[in-house]
Write a protein that binds this ligand. Structure first.
Ligand code: KIV
Length: 285
């Protein structure tokens, strides 16, 4: 008798058929992957070359995060970035990705006021940004927005736990859901699922709480600082690949030192130009 594959997370369905490679990742595929006990990957992307490279690498979901506020526009928080600043980045990523699911992140102030405001903003991300889905921050209090968007044909990824747009309200970057507040995370997770979200990001949530949410929900969970039991993982690419330097959050693993590579290349170019060795004969008409 063939040995059974260990289930991924208690309560997860047993793996059935091996996955067929998909030409285009859809929201339903993420759910099927969860049901099969397969994990998926997500990275942020804000421009064409990064998006095309991550897509080629097999990253399943590309998030045009409002973290563009920090990583593209140089702000200290995600709060200042606007819809009009994110839409061209979303369109660039959507145009460059042929396989990945592209998710546009709704920025602060563009959906919280009412379900109608949220729907109209999300529709712009789908029509003008060419996103395949949108993400918003918040749990139970965002259920009316999620319901409005999904009933109007817009797939929604929710984001609970530490939500960077609420940095000032939460009193800074803090792990959410420790001790008794774990119940709040569970309630938020269930609320966004009930409202129709197709997946939920959990940021800076204790690993055991995230594992419980992952076990209880039918929709996939995506962790960032939420342990290994989530169905998928997401990181900001400049953190993961070392373009950003300095102190990193504990949940970041660095896979490359792109800052070092770029610095060396820029210094070599500078030296060539100043030393008169570039352009050479090969580069001259
Ligand atoms: O904007 C972003 O990069 C995000 C991720 C941290 C999930 O929301």
């Amino acid at each position: 008798m063939a040995e059974e594959t260990a289930p991924y997370g208690a309560g997860a369905a047993k793996p059935t058929e091996p996955a067929k490679p998909v030409a285009k990742v859809r929201t339903a595929h993420l759910r099927e992957m969860k049901e099969r006990g397969e994990r998926f990957s997500m990275l942020t992307a804000y421009d064409m070359y990064a998006a095309a490279t991550f897509d080629e690498a097999g990253i399943d979901v590309l998030l045009v995060g409002d973290s563009a506020s920090n990583n593209v526009y140089g702000h200290a928080t995600s709060l200042p970035v606007t819809v009009d600043e994110l839409l061209p980045l979303t369109r660039a990523v959507a145009g460059a990705a042929s396989r990945a699911l592209v998710v546009g992140d709704l920025p602060f102030g563009s959906y919280q006021a009412s379900p109608e405001q949220g729907y109209l903003t999300a529709a712009r991300f789908m029509k003008e940004g060419l996103a395949h889905a949108v993400k918003l921050e918040g749990g139970a209090e965002m259920a009316p927005q999620i319901e409005r968007m999904t009933s109007g044909g817009i797939p929604v990824m929710a984001h609970i736990g530490f939500t960077p747009q609420a940095e000032h309200a939460l009193g800074g970057y803090r792990v959410q859901g420790r001790g008794e507040t774990a119940d709040r995370i569970l309630a938020d997770a269930h609320a966004v699922q009930e409202a129709g979200a197709f997946a939920v990001v959990m940021e800076m949530v204790p690993g055991d709480v995230a594992a419980r949410v992952t076990e209880e929900l039918a929709i996939p969970t995506i962790g960032i600082g939420a342990g290994v039991e989530c169905d998928g993982q997401v990181l900001v690419w400049q953190d993961a690949f070392g373009l950003r330097t300095g102190r990193m959050p504990r949940f970041v693993k660095q896979y490359a030192d792109l800052h070092g590579v770029l610095l060396e290349a820029a210094r070599a170019y500078d030296a060539d130009v100043k030393g008169g060795t570039f352009p050479g004969a090969d580069h001259t008409f």
